[in-house]
Write a protein that binds this ligand. Structure first.
Ligand code: IPE
Ligand code: IPE
Ligand code: MG
Length: 254
């Protein structure tokens, strides 16, 4: 359910038509947050889960269409085994603890990324949340776990090639739309705004295809400290951007 009446003070003078409809976030800086406090890295991830909860709830209240969060990359397996295990366990706990709130707020949960190597007990909780929230008509919460954009693009190419080899698909008909429909994000709008926390100016293999025309917003704020005012600031900034999509006239965000 979108709450059209909710407009926070910080966005009071920003017309709704210029708000982003789909926000994607590279949630970074959990480790740095913990280190600066002399805490183990996992404490940063725990606090980061709290930011996920706050930001998701706010996006649902604002009536946005989609929030896509980068939670674990296909490269993050390179981290120490203990940290990877702790992250997977945190994801499982998040799914269990947040399920009632997700359902209450009419959020539709859609994970993306490869299922391979994700522990079965984590997949079971994710599948259950997907199933229970499938008919929700509010915010779509897309969580990227074991996700890497190059892998996704290679998988899409392979699946299209397989269909072509079987004679089910004429290669001459493969266009951008066909290709997009073979990605994990099939049917989803492209993000309008990409937020990255903790100051890094890179994409780290996130949604390379889908972010082609997204507006980028990088903040030094570390993810565990990212709260509603930061989200509003990013949205305000986005509303002031001139999106041209290669043309000369500013395009509307509608
Ligand atoms: C983001 O925080 C969480 C994940 C990538 C899983 P980091 O763990 O990357 O934090 P930093 O970059 O070390 O500060
Ligand atoms: C990107 O953060 C991945 C996620 C936020 C899940 P990283 O911390 O893994 O990115 P790099 O290694 O600094 O590029
Ligand atoms: Mg990092």
């Amino acid at each position: 359910m979108t709450n059209a009446a909710y407009i926070p003070e910080a966005l009071a003078d920003v017309p709704r038509a210029s708000w982003p409809r789909h926000i994607a976030i590279i949630m970074d800086g959990n480790g740095r947050w913990a280190r600066s406090r002399g805490l183990p890295r996992i404490e940063g991830h725990r606090r980061g889960a709290e930011s996920v909860r706050c930001v998701t709830e706010e996006c649902a209240k604002l009536g946005l269409k989609q929030l896509t969060l980068f939670a674990f990359s296909s490269e993050n397996w390179r981290r120490p085994r203990d940290e990877v295990n702790a992250l997977m366990d945190l994801y499982r706990k998040f799914l269990i603890e947040q399920r009632p709130t997700i359902l209450k707020n009419h959020v539709r949960f859609v994970p993306i990324g490869r299922r391979d190597d994700i522990p079965a007990e984590v997949l079971a909780e994710a599948d259950r949340t997907v199933e229970l929230s499938a008919k929700a008509t509010g915010l779509t919460l897309c969580l990227a776990v074991n996700y890497g954009s190059r892998g996704e693009i290679a998988d899409a190419a392979r699946s299209l090639a397989t269909r072509a080899a079987r004679g089910e698909l004429d290669p001459a008909t493969i266009d951008e739309e066909t290709f997009a429909s073979a990605l994990n994000t099939a049917g989803m709008p492209d993000p309008d705004l990409l937020i990255r926390t903790a100051g890094e100016m890179r994409l780290s293999n996130f949604l390379l295809w889908q972010l082609s025309y997204a507006e980028l917003w990088v903040t030094p704020r570390l993810w565990p400290e990212f709260r509603q005012p930061d989200l509003h600031a990013a949205m305000r900034d986005f509303a002031g951007r001139e999106r041209r999509f290669g043309g000369l006239e500013p395009a509307t965000n509608a």
